[in-house]
Design a protein. Structure first.
Length: 291
């Protein structure tokens, strides 16, 4: 009986997972071919372990923006910097990023170290260089929890905030939302859960619009409502092909493929789903700069 149910549900599961999904939002609905997007990562392999659903998703919209990816270190914690640099460039090739749009720097103050906070001023200055050079209109990076709690990841959040504080006007800056540990490693449940949530929000949006139009026709409200893309959290959900592409990109990082990263690749939500929040400026307290 159980095997019969499993066989019956398998095609439905594949159908749900097959296609990528993204909600109408400020991040994808308003972007055009005239926009220039910069992903800022801390280390080689961040691009495929955390950002692949969005990198691939933005390339599939009707007028895809110009996309660049910048890693702020060679990931030299194990003295494999040159190897990891090469792996990073190969990974971005798999993700569809042109060679001229793949950037990586080796700064003495931004070395791969899980126990070290990077200086926001140094990050801010580097961000300024790339924003000015390539007319960047949107920046995407980690949030203040860094997904994994890695201090280098968290430093990017504060560094981009520092950049936005001292340079006005600045590009829009979005941070990748960190989810609780329990939600982080649920494998294929992640995209199913995300797609159900997006479908529910779409239904509410349509229902609200229908109700408002009815009130307008009855003369209860004076302004005719217009259905616009929701000012909602931008969400990108990979389909099966995008998930497999992200896995292939991760396999370019051969020096990093120890057993626990194989588990990550198989079960992490971030291989399937990215949720974003626009960064609101905060004051950077001096204690953050204390190592």
């Amino acid at each position: 009986m159980l095997s019969t149910i499993t066989v019956a549900l398998l095609p439905l599961l594949v159908a749900v997972l097959y296609h990528p999904t993204a909600n109408p939002s400020s991040l994808n609905h308003n972007l055009t071919a005239k926009d220039n997007v910069l992903f800022i990562t801390a280390h080689p392999d961040d691009e495929c372990m955390f950002f692949a659903p969005t990198i691939l998703g933005l390339q599939s919209i009707s007028q895809p923006p110009d996309i660049r990816v910048l890693a702020l270190s060679f990931g030299n914690a194990e003295r494999l910097g040159e190897t990891r640099r090469s792996e990073f460039l190969n990974s971005l090739g798999v993700l569809g990023i042109p060679q001229s749009h793949r950037h990586i720097v080796d700064h003495p103050d931004l070395q791969d170290n899980i126990t070290e906070k990077w200086d926001p001023e140094v990050i801010s200055n580097l961000v300024y260089t790339y924003v000015e050079a390539y007319n960047i209109t949107t920046i995407l990076t980690f949030d203040d929890l860094g997904v994994s709690g890695h201090l280098n990841h968290i430093s990017l959040f504060w560094g981009t905030q520092r950049y936005a504080q001292v340079h006005s006007p600045s590009p829009k800056v979005y941070s990748l939302v960190s989810v609780p540990t329990l939600s982080k490693y649920i494998g294929t449940i992640s995209p199913i859960q995300a797609k159900l949530a997006l479908s529910y929000m779409w239904f509410l949006h349509i229902a609200d619009g229908t109700a408002l139009r009815a009130l307008f026709l009855l003369g209860i409200v004076s302004n005719r409502p217009a259905l616009q893309p929701q000012d909602a959290m931008p969400v990108f959900v990979s389909g099966i092909n995008e998930f497999l592409t992200a896995q292939k990109a991760m396999r370019q990082h051969r020096s990093q493929l120890v057993w626990f990263r194989w588990l990550y690749v198989l079960f992490s939500r971030y291989m399937w789903v990215n949720e974003w929040q626009e960064i609101r400026l905060r004051h950077i307290e001096l204690p953050y700069l204390t190592k």
